[in-house]
Design a protein around this ligand. Structure first.
Ligand SMILES: Nc1ncnc2c1ncn2[C@@H]1O[C@H](COP(=O)(O)OP(=O)(O)OP(=O)(O)O)[C@@H](O)[C@H]1O
Length: 249
């Protein structure tokens, strides 16, 4: 059974149909790159998986538990519980500026009283080490580079030990010289068999790290398959058309 199953999801903002009956599955250990031109609905699709955007129709389930089934949402408590199995990393980090790095990591577990504070501290230090920032535990986000902020955001998303990590263009807000350090952490996670869905414009990451690619255009999935095949096969007219649009952005 797939971990995450998305079936015929639909979403409009007013008259604009942003998602048109999208379906796909995420299996354990998949790293899926979601690629497509600006405005194709990638962020909306990702946000809808954790109920940050409300769908108009379709189904999303995690391990067979429905967040929404045929457009009808489960009870809020159940939605909360199911979505807690997914961690989200945003383009603009979304760190709390008045909290130190370690306080950013520990805020949610403390509010939810998930673990005792010694366990929480041990996990937060382990995760900061994993992203190479154990020396920054007590500094405020304003003292960090964009790449470091994003690595903190990744560590924070891992605090609840999610089964799936979702990334929404995690390097798009970074200066080019800072994208590498974030992509390396993401590659390490993929190599540790983390299940990931990554909205990205980084074609090299898609080719090197992802095992599957989903191409979206105008609210539809127009192509799926192995990223290497899709990105390097000159016969694939849609892929070429997509790439020329993206590269000319
Ligand atoms: N809250 C909103 N209200 C109205 N329209 C929205 C809202 N959020 C997104 N849209 C519109 O929905 C469409 C899809 O947006 P979305 O951000 O999902 O695309 P995207 O593929 O992620 O684009 P990008 O690569 O530029 O981030 C766009 O036309 C956008 O303007």
């Amino acid at each position: 059974m797939p971990i995450l199953e998305v079936k015929n999801i639909k979403k409009s903002f007013g008259p604009l149909e942003v998602l048109k009956q999208i379906s796909f599955e995420v299996n354990k250990n998949d790293c899926i790159a979601v690629i497509g031109p600006s405005g194709s609905g990638k962020s909306t699709m990702l946000r809808s998986l954790v109920h940050l955007d409300e769908l108009d129709g379709g189904s999303v389930s995690v391990n067979g538990n429905y967040i929404v089934k045929d457009g009808v949402y489960s009870k809020p408590q159940q939605v909360k519980q199911i979505t807690s199995n997914m961690g989200m990393v945003f383009q603009h980090f979304n760190l709390f500026p008045h909290l130190t790095v370690i306080e950013n990591l520990e805020l949610a577990p403390k509010l939810l009283k998930q673990n005792d504070s010694a366990q929480t501290r041990q996990l937060s230090m382990e995760l900061l080490e994993k992203v190479g920032l154990s020396d920054k535990a007590d500094v405020l986000p304003s003292k960090l580079s964009g790449g470091q902020k994003q690595r903190v955001a990744i560590a924070r998303a891992l605090m609840r030990k999610p089964e799936i990590l979702l990334f929404d263009e995690p390097t798009s807000a970074l200066d080019p010289e800072l994208t590498g350090e974030v992509l390396r952490v993401m590659k390490d996670l993929a190599e540790d068999d983390m299940t990931m869905v990554v909205v990205t414009h980084e074609m090299e990451f898609a080719k090197d790290v992802a095992n599957k690619a989903i191409f979206m255009d105008k609210g539809e999935i127009v192509e799926t398959g192995s990223p290497v095949d899709l990105l390097s096969n000159p016969q694939m007219e849609r892929t070429k058309a997509f790439l020329s649009r993206t590269l000319s952005k």
